[in-house]
Design a protein around this ligand. Sequence first.
Ligand code: RP5
Length: 171
Amino acid sequence: MSTSAKKVAVVMGSHSDFDVVKKCIIILKEFGAEYEVLICSAHRTPDKAAEYAKTAEERGIEVIIAAAGKAAHLPGVMAAYTSVPVIGIPIKSSALDGLDSLLSIVQMPSGIPVACVAIDGAENAALLALQILSVSNRELREKIKEYKKKLASGVEEKNIKLKEILHKEGL
Ligand code: RP5
């Protein structure tokens, strides 16, 4: 983790969310983003969650990624206490397969928006955070463009392989 001023805060409701959240951290690191990571529960440590969100801006945080499962209130609580944009990751951590988390995060009341990625969509949370930062960071924007080009060329490589398979199998 970078020791300089942090731009992205990654918070999760429980240590049990980490396996999913790790995918987000890996992308932030790949892009050279400055980030900090914390376990902080809207229910088990509500005062800490509120304080963390309230002080995010003064600590140089420009976007918050909040992951939570079950009754996933952490992203909404973060958004309630800060004007820093919040991206929620609904975690598939319950008998309801993450649908509970998704609905808890996405159904925010008017006035307190939370951007919500797919269930367990940690990679997209990182990429969206980077895109938010790239509004004022040309270098980062170029990196994101390069990333998208690589995605496209990956699909083309798959197409070449697919054609070979179809040819081999006479299909
Ligand atoms: C949520 O409850 C957490 O974000 C986690 O996804 C879920 C289960 O937490 P543990 O009981 O595994 O700590 O608050």
